[in-house]
Design a binder for this molecule. Structure first.
Ligand SMILES: Cc1ncc(COP(=O)(O)O)c(C=O)c1O
Length: 379
């Protein structure tokens, strides 16, 4: 059974800490309420019992686990050399910016709304700019406006930051969409950083297709960022990895990243190995559970008549258009009614909110009941 932790309110959780001492349900930051899979907790327990926590090395089981995972989950062949452990995907985004910067290109493009760290710039890259172009609603789902993306590229642009699956719009990109992204990257010779942190949380029965696996050209221009962290709720253990097939690009990456973050935490690597080796059965159960949560949220949110939620194809995050509610700041409004969601403005879309439904059904039902009440009160 998928178990949840009922004592998180008193833990070190950032998500719960924000609302401690209030009656507001935390449905914001993107971690789930689920206990990590038993195999992960067992592995951590025995590692802790060892009692010595000196510097770790990159264990072959970690690398082999990733190679096997990429083959079995995405039919993608990955060489051991291509894998670089990383303390988180966010540093990987900034290393990609730094590579483009050193190539003389001070501008990245991305499709918005998108996870805030794809929209931000790093203070150590003076004059660097991130330029977003919009999504459009087409046949009931958000899709990139590819013409706008292309129009957004100029001579200064050196990097395409891709969010795949796309947080917060919940899209698992189709092969056709990935090919459109790739055509643009190739035409303008862009470095691509594909943030695929949600790659193992696909809810719509499709298979995740890493951008770099499209063809040789995509492979050679791409830095892929992945982690077990979102899937297995181990983000606080700071372990992720980059996959960089092209040797020259890998060299550039090593040059910009040297000394910029510490090594991966030994517990993070232990947990990730356990997830890679033993997590699959647990993951499948979680996907089934999340799928039902997504359907429940979509049904009830859309039944309010004032809010609109698109189907979630991937992630445990629902993207809700609250512009029809007629309130100035929907995030604050729902917070006042007991539900703490993310403000769409942080993703480039004021008037929207993001609901995290990676939680037990009763918690989600309570949040939905409060949202329904809040909508009724606004009418
Ligand atoms: C698309 C995306 N990338 C990266 C992250 C964070 O990555 P990390 O914690 O590995 O730095 C998140 C967390 O919500 C995310 O949604």
């Amino acid at each position: 059974m998928l178990q949840s932790s009922d004592s998180r309110a008193h833990s070190d959780s950032d998500k719960w800490h924000k609302y401690s001492g209030t009656n507001i349900l935390p449905m914001w930051i993107a971690d789930t309420e689920f206990l990590a899979a038993p195999a992960i907790n067992d592995a951590l327990q025995s590692r802790i019992e060892h009692g010595v926590f000196g510097y770790g090395y990159t264990q072959p089981r970690f690398i082999n686990g990733i190679i096997h995972h990429c083959r079995s989950q995405y039919d993608w062949h990955v060489d051991a050399d291509w894998i670089i452990p990383l303390t988180g995907c966010v540093p990987g985004l900034n290393f990609s910016r730094a590579i483009a910067y050193l190539r003389g290109k001070k501008r990245a493009v991305t499709v918005e709304p998108v996870y805030p760290h794809l929209r931000k710039t790093s203070a150590i890259l003076p004059g660097y700019e991130n330029a977003g172009s919009p999504c459009i609603l087409e046949n009931g789902r958000w899709v990139p406006d590819f013409d706008a993306l292309e129009a957004n590229i100029n001579d200064e642009t050196g990097l395409l930051l891709l969010c795949h699956p796309h947080n917060p719009i919940g899209r698992a990109y189709t092969d056709t969409e990935l090919a459109r992204y790739h055509d643009i990257a190739k035409k303008y010779d862009l470095l691509v950083c594909s943030d695929e942190i949600h790659c193992d949380i696909v809810l719509n029965d499709t298979r995740h297709r890493p951008f770099a696996s499209l063809d040789d050209d995509a492979r050679d221009r791409t830095i892929t960022l992945m982690a077990m962290s979102k899937t297995y709720n181990i983000a606080g253990l700071s372990c992720a990895f980059a996959i960089i097939p092209n040797a020259t690009l890998r060299q550039e990456y090593r040059r910009v990243s040297a000394g910029m973050t510490g090594d991966v935490n030994v517990l993070g690597m232990t947990a990730s190995i356990a997830a890679l080796e033993h997590g699959e059965k647990w993951r499948r159960k979680m996907i089934t559970y999340l799928r039902e949560n997504a359907q429940l949220a979509e049904k009830r949110i859309n039944a309010t008549g004032k809010l609109h939620m698109t189907p979630v194809e991937a992630t445990f995050l629902a993207w809700i258009d609250a512009r029809g509610l007629g309130v100035d700041n929907p995030q604050r409004y729902f917070e006042e009614h007991g539900v703490g969601m993310n403000d769409g403005a942080d993703f480039g879309a004021p008037g929207f909110v993001r609901l995290n439904f990676g939680c037990p059904r009763d918690m989600l039902e309570e949040a939905l009941a409060r949202i329904e009440k809040a909508v009724a009160a606004a009418s």
